[in-house]
Design a protein around this ligand. Structure first.
Ligand SMILES: [Zn+2]
Length: 362
């Protein structure tokens, strides 16, 4: 195979290579020049239908390839026409593609703070100059996905991207062990609702099931005064009791982390699940637990965690279910849980442009 001078980049700076397409040029030639593999090229072309436009480069159009310091592929920008650029960014093993207007320049006002984990997120973030309010915000934003007490390993890192406003525009966690990452991108819609989302625009939070049982009969509602059949006194019942047959499966009502599994006084055999930063649910009087359930385990919404029983202070098989929000017990039947919406279709393109700017700034 031979390559004409045509495929030599016009100029290169800082691992950025600019090409102007000449007759006979192809992306595979450019990749070859830069030492990038055919496999990478194939993956890139296959990742999105818009990427296939790179199979036929148009003479005279501009194409830029950026490499990382280790000379691995970082991103690509191709001028599709007068108005539109095709941008492709590789992050981890995933390509993201965005078509954007050339008038929107990539802002250079993004700054990045990297927190390398040595001790704990709080201590290491402080050492890197991250303030308390930002530390709290990050823990809250990622706590649905990440157990900050048990998941972090020495060598993990957090990349915090700021644009000068009060809250980070992106938080990226990269685990050293599992080669796994969690990404949170900020977005504020035109109604002023602010939240963090994955790169596809999905909320990082989980929503809740209406109830932890599929077939249920409420035997005792949330009430401030209830006559207790065993204790024979009036006491508050800040929970819902569901009458159900012995052995009926009990489901986690949202994604979360098991914080308690065991005997808990009057509640008998109990599971407690932490959901994100603010929510906790309690499942009591269980007969037994789901197989291999353990404290610290991540569970999904609708995952079986145990089975109805009558352990602890209980007269008949039932599930006692509590919902706590910000440390207060709430009525699971009526409490309005925070909506966990994804970015609306109308805002998705705008969001993805922002995500791509951030990813290409890393
Ligand atoms: Zn109860």
């Amino acid at each position: 195979m031979s390559f004409s001078m045509a495929s030599t980049p016009a100029y290169a700076d800082n691992n950025t290579y600019h090409f102007t397409v000449k007759r006979g040029d192809s992306l595979s030639q450019y990749f070859y020049k830069l030492g990038l593999s055919n496999r990478l090229l194939a993956n890139l072309l296959f990742a999105n239908k818009n990427n296939k436009k790179l199979n036929q480069l148009i003479i005279g159009h501009k194409l830029t390839i950026r490499l990382r310091n280790n000379l691995q592929f970082k991103s690509l920008t191709y001028q599709l026409n007068r108005k539109t650029n095709l941008n492709i960014v590789l992050s981890g093993n995933d390509f993201s593609t965005i078509l954007n207007s050339q008038s929107k320049k990539t802002p250079s006002d993004l700054s990045t703070t990297v927190v390398n984990i040595n001790h704990s997120f709080g201590a290491d973030a402080q050492k890197s100059g991250v303030g308390f309010s930002t530390i709290n915000l990050i823990v809250k934003a990622l706590s649905w996905q990440l157990n900050f007490n048990t998941d972090l390993k020495k060598g993990d890192r957090f990349i915090i991207v700021n644009d000068g406003s009060a809250k980070p525009v992106a938080i990226i966690y990269q685990s050293i062990i599992k080669n796994k990452s969690i990404e949170a991108f900020a977005y504020k819609n035109k109604h002023g609702h602010f939240g963090y989302f994955d790169r596809s625009g999905r909320s990082l939070n989980s929503s809740f099931l209406k109830a932890p049982l599929k077939y249920k009969r409420i035997s005792s509602k949330f009430q401030l005064r209830r006559y207790h059949p065993i204790l024979k006194t009036w006491r508050p019942h800040r929970a819902v009791d569901y009458a159900a047959n012995y052995g009926t499966p009990v489901y986690s009502t949202a994604n979360g982390i098991i914080t308690t599994k065991g005997k808990k006084g009057a509640l008998g055999e109990t599971v407690i699940i932490q959901h994100g930063f603010d929510y906790t649910t309690v499942y009591a009087h269980l007969s037994r637990y789901a197989n291999s359930l353990y404290k610290g385990q991540k569970v999904k919404k609708d995952q079986i965690i145990g089975y109805v029983g009558s352990t602890g202070l209980s007269t008949a098989p039932h599930l006692h279910y509590e919902l706590h929000h910000k440390g207060k017990r709430r009525d699971p039947l009526t409490y309005k849980l925070t909506a966990q919406k994804s970015i609306s279709r109308a805002n998705l393109q705008d969001f993805k442009i922002k995500v791509n700017k951030i990813l290409s700034s890393l």
